[in-house]
Design a protein around this ligand. Structure first.
Ligand code: PNW
Length: 487
């Protein structure tokens, strides 16, 4: 057992540069290790690198009927029998709406520099548009004040999937009106929070909510639309982003920075040779064509439109102009790699399927490929000349259990984070302009259709008592932040 060693004994055995899980009882009060001469070159990040953590409104807040919040599509979906694991809903979740002060203290104890949260649209506009509900905005105002009082920079996402049900009833993302309603809502929030919030992200993971919610039917609103309709939904999502950027710029204080948080398909060359690297870059551009590519280039690629054929989305040149609005930064959520190889086909690349034996975390989709955290920001910055990138999410689900001694030894999550951050460090060292990293997630929460059984937190949450316990991964992450690096 680790806690039989003092930090000094541990350092003698493993080297003082090794990260010691210092929160284990016997090690708790010892100062951070210093490097001795035999230590490997320290893997430090640039000064000012922003270490953060992320959550999303419906996954943590609870209080779904409080202070005038209107229903969202996730309330409807999660209350529909058979749609979510165990019938779990976000009715209470982490009760963060009432416990946000306690949660900010968790962040402070970690040493977080920044925290990414999302605003629940139906708290601000219970009907999606119309008269705003000031009590809804008050909650985020209090949260922002609490963050700033604790020296934590707020990064605000405006849409993390909880679409007002009233808008879904009128067609939801199938309707262009939803894109316009989003812009109106985004401008309103930016107007009222940009005195203190300097970074806004429009939409979170368009790829996920469009493809999983409107094509596969596994997420709210649970639709399985035809290809043509899905392409139109996707267009309305990127249009909402573009109109949202314009509205934020029109209503926010000068100096407010605007970006997005998209789960780009993170292409990774199967082997790091020039031919496969070129193939990965081509695949990155084409497999993200309906999302990040159209946003960065202001046009759909020829291959995207040719592939869609008669099912291509309907759009105007003005739409494309809005969609391509220049951004101050780009956020990428990265969990898992898409391996790519060079190919003789006209496309020049082929996607390599995952072997059944490929290691994954508790979520079966979450294959463990740390190089994704190197290649995804590198390819994005090279393809589009992006100068400011954030990893807006990265993390892992694990079958966490409370040990008899009260700790959660999530060694698999620690291994995941260590190996992914090693690859992020490689990118930063080579000059890829990644300015910050947000670990998903601060605490266990409502993992959408997978419910509460799938835990992504670095804090364990007992959902009966709402008690939060830092896992081994929280202690690991705190050490990373304290030394601004690995090792
Ligand atoms: C992201 N997939 O979702 C979301 O932004 C978070 O809200 C979520 O909790 C987190 O990642 C972990 O799942 C995803 O199937 C959901 O590839 C599904 C997938 C990817 C991301």
């Amino acid at each position: 057992m680790l806690n039989r060693f003092s930090r000094r004994e541990f350092a003698k055995l493993f080297g003082s540069a090794a990260i010691v899980p210092s929160a284990l009882p016997a090690l708790a009060s010892v100062a951070p290790a210093t490097h001795h001469t035999a230590a490997p070159a320290p893997q430090r990040f640039p000064q000012g690198f922003l270490w953060g953590s992320a959550t999303a409104s419906y996954q943590v807040e609870g209080a779904v009927k409080e202070d005038g919040r209107g229903p969202s599509i996730w309330d409807t979906f999660s209350h529909t029998p058979g749609k979510t694991n165990n019938g779990d809903t976000g009715d209470v979740a982490d009760d963060h709406y009432h416990r946000y002060k306690e949660d900010v203290q968790l962040m402070k104890a970690l040493g977080l520099k920044t925290y990414r949260f999302s605003v629940a649209w139906p708290r601000i506009f219970p009907q999606g548009k119309g008269t705003p509900n000031s009590k809804g905005l008050d909650f985020y105002s209090r949260l922002v004040d609490e963050l700033l009082a604790n020296n934590i920079q707020p990064y605000c996402t405006l849409f993390h999937w909880d679409l007002p049900q009233a808008l879904e009833d009128k067609g939801g993302w199938q309707s262009r009106d939803t894109s316009e309603a989003f812009a109106n809502y985004a401008g309103y929030v930016a107007q009222h929070l940009s005195d203190r919030v300097k970074h806004f992200m429009t939409l979170n993971e368009m790829r996920s909510f469009v493809d999983i919610g409107y094509r596969d039917g596994r997420h709210a609103p649970g639709l399985k639309l035809s290809a043509g309709k899905v392409n139109q939904v996707r267009h309305h999502a990127v249009l909402a982003h573009g109109l949202g950027v314009q509205a934020i710029r029109a209503h926010a204080r000068p100096g407010t920075r605007v970006g997005i948080a998209e789960n780009a398909n993170s292409c990774v060359p199967v082997i790091e040779t020039p031919e496969h690297i070129v193939a990965a870059a081509k695949a990155y551009r084409e497999t993200n064509a309906g999302y990040l590519t159209v946003i960065m280039e202001g046009r759909y690629t020829d291959a995207y439109l040719a592939h869609a054929g008669a099912d291509a989305p309907k759009f105007t040149p003005e739409d494309l102009k809005a969609i391509g609005s220049p951004l101050d930064f780009v956020g990428i959520n990265i969990y898992t790699p898409q391996y790519v190889r060079a190919d003789d086909s006209p496309a020049g690349y082929a996607l390599v399927p995952m072997p059944a034996s490929f290691p994954h975390m508790m979520s079966s989709w979450l294959h463990t490929g740390p190089e994704a955290l190197y290649w995804s920001p590198k390819l994005a910055s090279e393809l589009w000349g992006i100068r400011e990138i954030y990893i807006t999410e990265n993390g892992a689900s694990s079958s966490d259990v409370l040990a008899p001694d009260g700790h959660v030894y999530d060694t698999d999550r620690v291994m995941y984070l260590r190996s992914y951050l090693t690859q992020l460090h490689r990118a930063v060292r080579e000059g890829v302009p990644v300015k910050g990293y947000f670990c998903w997630s601060l605490m266990d929460n409502y993992e959408w259709a997978d419910g509460y059984a799938y835990r992504f937190g670095i804090h364990y949450v007992d959902f009966k008592t709402q008690k939060r316990t830092p896992k081994l991964s929280a202690h690991f992450y705190r050490e990373v932040i304290a030394r601004n690096g690995l090792a």
